[in-house]
Design a protein around this ligand. Structure first.
Ligand code: ADP
Ligand code: MG
Length: 561
């Protein structure tokens, strides 16, 4: 069992004593069940009525979330096949920002349906081919059913944001938050020279603040810096200020501090301290002479330097996050300065700066002509609340940005899935051979979405699907599920809308992952397969990488048999 030889020019494979091997159906069903298990773990969170999960890390920290990719990442899965499904979520998150639970659930359902076909003796190659054809067709049909929208249609953009937020931490205040999200996206939308609409979400900064309710979240022009004022004697505001962004410390130079010091008399100590004071004095003088009224410093500021800065009437904050500093550069149009001695007025930015003592935040609004950047200040009662809010708002920002740049939306609540499934089934008639069954199985897998939306809402998923199918057969392309009433409604009219781009991306990454898993007919593990779940991180990385590469090898060997 642990040794295998191949003749006829094939390489001879010799496996180690402890290694294990699984082939053909065993390998397939092993992989499929691992992948299905992962997909099933997120299903219950899908849709407005989806439940949340509480994830407790090995260090005891808690995350409460409804976000597919977050759940899968926090689960710390180290089964190699299961990791491929986790990658679906990660790709979807990177490429589309939303739709992760849908993509993973569909991938799991594709594999479940493939398993049935394999049991009917249909070869994986035919299934893979059929899935590929169906996936291409499904994406074409998404283009066909998508509605073009005016990227300046604020009402519709708000609906896109609300649909994305429904069922998330952001839900309760979704109207107010959707408004903020849309305004934020519009603030960073520009018309490029070639007439294309470009949205740059890098200019939207998100800050979180605990203590108040989500409804008190705000959108601010410029930046918010979550740091306290360095010294109590500093002014708390500076209008039209010259702002210095510094990424080095205002402290005694390291070289001097490290040098060993031989002290023979109290005078020498005094001398030494004077020198240190002199050094700090010089740095603060250089800052004052360049004309800075405000300093945001990424590193530390010596107590004495803070005192000198306060005496000069300069506002300062230390230990500002690197990312905040980069954002401040966009807002103030200043340079990030590393050498205080070479500092000149031309490096400074300009802004109105205000320090809020009760909240311990700086508000920085750029005053320059090219200042750009807005900040969403998200509020919530506790850390867990704001964290989940931030995830939900992040998704909403992405989908609204996509809708603005892509200009196409779809009817949600399962409407698009049922319509595309119907069209893919029609297309199946034109596909010959066993691939046809796979194309049909693909269409069935898409309908998992309305089934799960219904099931999660406590509705009968079969009845719902039957109702939806008949509405679509009657030509209602946008008939979807109102999860709150259980009725079939025109979800587009009802304002349940999703961007077309994310849906396309979800279908392609789900198909790719399912096909990757199906291609494997041979698993060679350097350890015991049954204990792989307990392996340390590093151990799982190996077989995971191997699995992908083995697709080709397995195929070649399959051909020989
Ligand atoms: P994902 O991670 O895939 O985005 P979600 O939990 O955000 O998962 O659920 C998205 C699904 O919920 C989509 O199919 C969307 O159309 C559906 N949905 C959102 N709001 C509503 C609503 N008000 N009524 C019905 N379905 C909705
Ligand atoms: Mg979502």
């Amino acid at each position: 069992m642990s040794q295998q030889q191949q003749m006829g020019g094939q390489p001879m494979i010799v496996l180690g004593e402890d290694s294990q091997r699984m082939k053909d159906r065993d390998a397939q069903s092993h992989n499929i069940s691992a992948a299905k298990a992962v997909a099933e773990s997120v299903r219950s969170t899908l849709g407005p009525k989806g439940m949340d999960k509480m994830l407790v890390s090995s260090t005891g920290s808690i995350t409460v979330t409804n976000d597919g990719v977050t759940i899968l990442q926090e689960m710390d899965i180290d089964n190699p096949t299961a990791s491929m499904i986790v990658e679906v979520a990660e790709t979807q998150e990177d490429e589309a920002g939303d739709g992760t639970t849908t993509a993973v659930s569909v991938a799991g359902e594709l594999l479940a349906n493939a398993e049935d076909l394999i049991e009917q003796d249909i070869h994986a190659t035919a299934i893979i081919k059929g899935f590929q054809l169906a996936s291409e067709r499904a994406r074409e049909e998404i283009d066909n059913v998508a509605h073009d929208v005016d990227p300046e249609d604020t009402e519709l953009l708000k609906q896109v944001a609300e649909t994305s937020m429904t069922g998330k931490g952001a839900e309760l205040e979704k109207e107010a938050l959707a408004e903020l999200v849309v305004s934020a996206v519009q603030a960073v939308t520009v018309e490029a020279d070639d007439g294309e609409t470009v949205v740059d979400l890098e200019y939207v900064n998100t800050e979180t603040q605990t203590g108040r309710s989500a409804g008190e979240s705000e959108l601010l022009n410029g930046a918010v810096v979550d740091k306290s004022l360095a010294h109590a004697d500093m002014p708390t505001s500076a209008d039209d200020a010259d702002v210095l962004l510094l990424d080095t410390a205002i402290e005694i130079d390291d070289t001097d501090a490290d040098a060993s010091l031989q002290l023979d008399s109290p005078d020498q100590l005094q001398d030494f301290l004077d020198k240190e004071e002199e050094q700090l004095r010089q740095k603060v003088d250089a800052i004052a002479e360049a004309g800075a009224d405000v300093v945001f410093c990424q590193k530390g500021i010596d107590d004495l330097a803070e005192h000198f800065l306060a005496k000069e009437g300069i506002v300062a904050a230390s230990r500002v996050k690197k990312s905040d500093l980069s954002f401040l550069r966009e807002v103030t149009e200043g340079d990030i300065v590393s050498d205080i001695d070479a500092l000149g007025a031309e490096s400074l930015g300009s802004a109105d700066v205000e320090y809020d003592e009760s909240e311990e935040l700086f508000y920085v609004e750029g005053t320059g002509e090219d200042s750009h950047g807005v900040t969403l200040l998200l509020r919530g009662s506790t850390d867990h609340v704001v964290d989940e809010l931030e995830r939900g708002i992040g998704d909403a920002l992405e989908v609204v940005a996509q809708t603005v740049s892509d200009g196409r939306v779809l009817a949600g609540g399962g409407a698009v899935e049922v319509e595309v499934a119907r069209r893919v089934r029609d297309y199946a008639d034109s596909v010959s051979g066993r691939e046809q069954l796979a194309v049909e199985a693909f269409a069935d897998a898409l309908e998992l979405v309305p089934r799960v939306l219904a099931g999660n809402a406590g509705l009968d998923s079969i009845d719902t699907l039957v109702d939806l199918r008949s509405a679509h057969d009657d030509g209602d392309e946008t008939a979807g599920l109102n999860v709150f009433t259980g009725e079939v409604v025109d979800t587009f009219e009802a304002g349940v809308v999703e961007p077309a781009h994310a849906k396309r991306q979800g279908i392609s990454s789900a198909t790719e992952a399912a096909n990757l898993v199906l291609k494997i007919d041979d698993i060679i593990a350097a350890g015991d397969l049954s204990t792989e779940g307990e392996e340390p991180e590093g151990g799982a990385g190996g077989p995971g990488g191997m699995g992908g590469g083995m697709g080709g090898m397995g195929g070649g060997m399959g051909g020989m048999m």
